[in-house]
Ligand binder design. Sequence first.
Ligand SMILES: Cc1cc2nc3c(=O)[nH]c(=O)nc-3n(C[C@H](O)[C@H](O)[C@H](O)COP(=O)(O)OP(=O)(O)OC[C@H]3O[C@@H](n4cnc5c(N)ncnc54)[C@H](O)[C@@H]3O)c2cc1C
Length: 800
Amino acid sequence: MKSQYRVVVIGGGVVGASVLYHLAKFGWSDVAMLERRRLASGSSWHAAGGIHALNADPNMASLQAYTIDLLSEIEKESGQNIGLHMTGGLTLAGTPERWEWLQANYRIFQSIGIDDCELLTPEEAQRRCPIMSTDGVLGAMWADREGYIDTTGTVQAYATAAKKRGAEYYEETKVESLTQTADGWEVVTDKGTITCEHVVNAAGLWAKQVGRMAGVELPVSPLKHHYLITDAVPEVAAADFEMPMTVDLEGFTYMRQDQKGVLVGIYEVDHEHWAMDGAPWNYGEELFQEQLDRIENELMLGFERYPSIQNVGIKTWVNGAFTFSPDGNPLVGPVPGKRGYWSACAVMAGFLQGGGVGKTLAEWMIHGEPEADAWPMDVARYGDFAQNKRYIRETTGQFYSRRFVMTYPNEQLPAGRPLKMAPAHDAMTEAGCKWGVSWDLEVPLYFAPKGFEETPTLKRSNAHDIVAEECKVIREGVGLLDISGFSRFEVTGPNAEAWLNKVMASKLPARGRAKLAPMLGEDGRLKGDLTVLNWGDGTWWIMGSYYLRAWHMRWFDNHMIDGVNIRDLGEEYCGFGLVGPKSQDVIEKLAEQDISGLKFMGCDDFDIGLVRARVARMSVTGEKGYEINCRYGDHIKLRRMLLEAGADEGIRECGFNAMLSTRLEKSFGIWSAEFTQLYTPGMTGMDRWIDWNKDFVGKDAAVAERDGNGPAQVQVTLEVDALDADASGYEPIWANGERMGFVTSGGYGHYTGKSLAMALVNRDKAEPGTELSVHVVGVERPARVIAPSPYDPLGKAMRG
Ligand SMILES: Cc1cc2nc3c(=O)[nH]c(=O)nc-3n(C[C@H](O)[C@H](O)[C@H](O)COP(=O)(O)OP(=O)(O)OC[C@H]3O[C@@H](n4cnc5c(N)ncnc54)[C@H](O)[C@@H]3O)c2cc1C
C-alpha cells in the first residue's frame, strides 16, 4: 500500500468494488480500495443476489438495466465466475390497480429503452413458473434480463477486473479517521496513513460512521431483511429449465431457484431498524436469528403462492441488514461543503444498482458530471433536515414496509411529516387545505370541503372538480396561492453581477426587473430553470424550485468567485401569490405605494398593508399575478390581509394542483419534467432565453448545439384524446407503430377542457397538427401536436 493515492475508496462491498472498477476503466488508475475485513464482508456476502428490471422510478430502472448488462462483461474481464443465471423474471399483479400499473409501466419501460419485457396472462406466467399458484393473479410482466448471481463472486469480479486495469485494493485495512487537508484528505488506517485528493464513502452498513469521520451526517439507516432457502423441491428438481426470478408484489415476496430448491425473500411490512448509528465495528459475517413473528403473514402468502414448498424443509434462514435512504434510492455524488468527499452509500440493491452507481460516481469524479441524470440518487437531494434521526427512522421505515406496496401518484404518505410548515399552515388547514410535501415543507395542493378525502388512483381523482374550480378562479377572478414552496437565494457583493452573468446563460434583468434564466453545466446541458430578480439596491435574487435548494447551492458554491455573497433565504422568506385578472384590484387596495405601474416581470419593494414585501409581477399560471415575498413572521398577517382585501373580488385560496394545470395550459415547463440535467437548451426551447453575445458557463457546448444539426428531439405540446386519465410522464409516443418520443409531463387543462401533455418528440414529428398516439395508464390514445400555449397563446393575460 502506498502512502499517497488520487482516490481512496472506503469499503470493499459490491458498491466500493464497482466504483473502483469504473474509476480504473475510465482512466484513473492511481486508486485504492480499503476493506476492513475481506471483500464483501458487509451486506454484500449474504444478499440474495437477485437482479431484476422493474423499478417504479424510470431513472432507477435504467440504472438497473445498465448493471444487468455489465455483469457478464465483468465476469469476462475478470475471469471470475459470478454464477450468473439469467432465468428471466416475472412480476405478478394481484389487484386490478396493480395490473393497470404494471401495464402502464410496461409502456414506460419502452420509453426508457427496456424492450425485452412482455405482458402475460396468469396462465402464461404459470407455464414459465410452474411451481406458482395463479390464485389472485390478474396478470404478469415478463423480463428477459432477470435472474440471480453469486454475490461474493460478483464483488470479487469487480475488484479483480479493477486490479487488472491498474487499481489496487487492500483487505484487513480499516479506515479509522479522516482529516480534510488543503488539497485533499488524510486517511488514517490501522496499517498506516494515506494522503489522497478524493475519498469515497462506500462503507455500506458503516456509512454513517465513515460519514461522521468527515463531519457528514448521512440520511441512511440499516434495516433487517429475511430470506429462506428450502431443501430440494421435487417439481423444481424435475423441471428441465430454471424457475424464473418471481416477484409477487401483493405477497411481499420474491422467489428464485437455488440449486434444486428455492430462495424466498420477504419484504416485511413490520419492518425493523438495526444499528441506526451504523453497524458495530466488530460486526462481521454473522446473521440475526430469524424473527418468525415478524414475517408470519408474508410467509403464509409465500407458501400459498408456491404450494410445493409447504412439503419440504427449510435449509437456511438469512436475516441480515442492509441500508436505506429516506426514499430508498442511493446517496451518490459530491457531498455539499466537503470538497473531495464522495458518497456511494445507501445502495439498497447493490447487485442490481451497484454497476450504475459505480459508473455514475466515476464519471462525476473524472469528468465533473455524470452522463445520466443523477438527480434521483444525488446525495444533495436532501437538506440538513434529513439528518434528524426520527425523520430517518420514519422515512426509511415507511419505504421498507411499502417496498412492494403500490404508491399512487396522488397519494400522500405520512412519514417525516409534517416537518416544516409556513406560518399560515394551520389557518390554511382550517380553510380546507390538503397538503403535499416538497423537500421538508408542507405545500398546499388544493382546498376541499370539510370531510373530503382524495381516493388514491392512477386516473383522474375525486379532487378533479375541486381543482377545476380553483383553475376557474385563477383564470377569471383572483386566487391566493401560498408560494413559500419556491426557493430564494440572495446574491450581493461587488462581483454579484459579474458572477450572475457568468453562471446564468441569459441576459441579466435591468434594475427593478426579473428575467427567466437558464443555467447550464459546462457540457451545455441544463442545470436550472431559474428566475433572476434585480431589486435595484445591489441585491439580486435567484428563484427556483424549492426542493432543489441544496443541489443548487452546491452548484453555486462550486462556481463561486471572490466578492460575491450568496445566501439561501429559504428559512427567512416565504410568501403568497395573487393570481388572476382581478389580482391588481386586490393588491392596489393594500399597497402603500403606487403599484399600478409595476409592469409584467417588474419587481420592487412595497408596503402591502403592514407588511414590508418584495413584490414581483409574474405568475407561473400565465395569468396576471403578483408574487409577494415576505418574511416568515409576516406570513399569517399577509394572508389575512389579502383574503380580507379580496373578499369583494371573490378571492379564493388555491393550491399547487391548480398551478400545475394552468402552467400546462401555457406550455410552461418545470424542472424534473420538461427540464432535467439530461436535456439541452435546443431540445427544450430554453435557447430562446440565451444571450449569445456574452460569455457564460456552458457556452461552447450551447453554441455547438445551436450551430450543429439541431437536437434529434424537441419539446412539443400535445392534446390527448384521453378518457378518464391523463398522461403524467415517461409514457411512450407513437406514430404508425414506431416510437417517436415520450411524455415529459401531462395532466388535465381544466380551463381549456383539454387533456394535455408536454413531450419530447422526434423533430420531424413536432409540427402542430401531426397525429400521434400516446399510452395513458397502459392504454393507447390518439394525440396530436398543438401549437404551444393552448390558453392565451399571445400572453395577453399575464401582460395585461
Ligand atoms: C438478506 C439480504 C438480501 C439481499 N438481497 C439482495 C438482492 O437480491 N439483490 C441485490 O441487489 N441486493 C440485495 N441485498 C442488498 C445488498 O446486499 C446491498 O445493497 C449491498 O450489499 C450493499 O453493498 P455496499 O458495498 O454498499 O455495502 P456493504 O456490502 O455493507 O460493504 C461495505 C464494506 O465496507 C467495509 N467498511 C466499512 N467501514 C470501513 C472502514 N472504516 N474501513 C474499511 N472498510 C470499511 C465493510 O467491511 C464492508 O465490507 C440484500 C441484502 C440483504 C441483507
